[in-house]
Design a protein around this ligand. Structure first.
Ligand SMILES: [Ca+2]
Length: 281
């Protein structure tokens, strides 16, 4: 394994060096399994006994993100989130005897430092939990707080303004969708904003989403951040069909809010919230 300095050595040069000088000894950055979580080149050998090697697939399911080569042939890119988990290896790129496998992985293998060759392509396996860009929620269970308000939104596209009649202080605020107009019990929010004493949006609040009962990430982009991204077109959409749904908003500095504005998904009944409750803590 050859750890790479992201700001230093050129990757192609490093690959060329492997071909010229063989594999340098592992560095101190390598753990007991022989892997590293920094960008590294991994070199392995595949022994083939057939005179005419068959086509095969390199299974990268347990690696993270990078590129693989066989005997200097670039097999393409891999990324653990999928859906493609294997890289096609034409038989004509293999030869009887030793074959050199080079893997560039920017984050290293997740588990054993080895690759498998399999007889069938794997093109439909998602591993979204391995996405390093995926937002980690601080709260996975409904934490609630003091119930500040409750009500029923009408159906339709119009934004709904709710004023509490007093200032409410807190770091965490949760809107709970108790029922929806949606036959599948999905919930969506196009935009959510806290309102000040005069009913104006508090745009300076650095609102973050710290918890949500579910969010659609596979069929479409329904991540919870879409509820506070300032774009009407982008919306939070639940993936769960079990009521109640909830979304927790966090403001880093304890804020006093006087109400909120809920803008439903436009033009479609899917996910329209009906009965709701609002909590603060
Ligand atoms: Ca939005």
């Amino acid at each position: 394994m050859i750890p790479l300095d992201p700001d230093g050595e050129d990757i192609l040069e490093a690959v060329a060096k492997i071909g010229r000088d063989g594999v340098p000894p592992p560095s101190a950055a390598v753990d007991a399994t022989g892997s590293s979580d920094s960008p590294s080149l991994y070199v392995g050998k595949l022994d083939v006994s057939d005179e005419t090697p068959s086509d095969t697939f390199l299974d990268m399911t347990n690696w993270t993100k990078g590129i693989a080569w066989v005997n200097g042939h670039n097999l393409g890119r891999f990324w653990s989130i999928g859906p493609q988990q294997t890289l096609y290896v034409p038989g004509c790129w293999l030869r009887k005897g030793g074959n050199e496998i080079v893997v560039l992985d920017f984050f290293g293998p997740r588990g054993k430092c080895e690759v498998d060759f399999v007889g069938k392509a794997v093109l439909d396996v998602l591993q979204l939990d391995t996405d390093f860009n995926r937002v980690r929620r601080a709260h996975e269970k409904f934490a609630g707080g003091e119930e500040v308000a409750a009500g029923t939104f009408p159906s339709g596209d119009a934004s709904q303004v709710v004023m509490f009649g007093k200032g409410v202080r807190g770091n965490y605020f949760t809107l709970q969708a108790v029922t929806t107009y949606d036959a599948k019990n999905l919930a969506t929010i196009s935009e959510f904003a806290f309102l000040d004493r005069d009913g104006n949006p508090m745009n300076a609040l650095d609102v973050q989403i710290t918890g949500v009962d579910s969010e659609e990430e596979i069929r479409e982009d329904g991540v919870a951040e879409n509820a506070v991204d300032g774009q009407i077109e982008a919306f939070w959409l639940t993936s769960s069909r079990t009521l109640p749904h909830w979304i927790e908003f966090h403001v880093p500095a304890k804020a006093e809010v006087f109400g909120f504005r809920y803008t439903p998904r436009q033009g479609k009944d899917i996910g329209r919230i009906k009965d709701w409750k609002f909590f603060a803590r």
